[in-house]
Design a protein around this ligand. Structure first.
Ligand code: SF4
Length: 137
């Protein structure tokens, strides 16, 4: 991991790009308890939530669907997260994911997708470490 040796800058512009599927990701990951929090926040019954929002993964776990246009189904028409206060850890911690901090190359490759990476002020190392910890790294 090239962090914490490097100083990282990030400023979210609210572009919504992080809410679009990657070539290799067809769902948004959910940690334990997050599906229930989101369902309660939306006020959906279990059947509607399962049908409209969730996808069942090969290991029988659950993720949030990405629609046919490549957008998380919880991203609204204004490119805003419709469940922002209870958004998954995966979303909350972006872009400080272990796989994006593996190498400068990985970080800069992600910057081609996210206009906020390498913009704004240097993010405190303590904040980045906290995000990594939230992800179990
Ligand atoms: S849950 Fe919200 S923040 Fe996460 S990808 Fe979907 S719209 Fe974006």
């Amino acid at each position: 991991m090239f962090f914490p040796d490097a100083e990282l800058r990030f400023h979210c512009t609210g572009c919504g790009q992080c809410c679009l599927g990657h070539a290799d990701a067809h769902y948004i990951e959910l940690a334990a308890g997050e599906a229930a929090n989101i369902r309660h926040y939306l006020g959906f019954d279990k059947k509607k939530f399962q049908r409209d929002i969730l996808v069942t993964l090969d290991d029988k776990g659950k993720g949030i669907k990405i629609n046919a246009h490549g957008r998380c189904v919880l991203l609204d028409e204004n490119n805003r997260c419709s469940v922002y206060p209870v958004r998954p850890r995966q979303c909350m911690t972006y872009p400080f994911w272990p796989e994006l901090l593996q190498s400068e190359q990985d970080w800069h490759a992600e910057a081609a997708r996210c206009e906020g990476i390498n913009q704004g002020a240097v993010v405190a190392a303590a904040h980045i470490k906290k995000q990594l910890k939230l992800l179990g790294s």
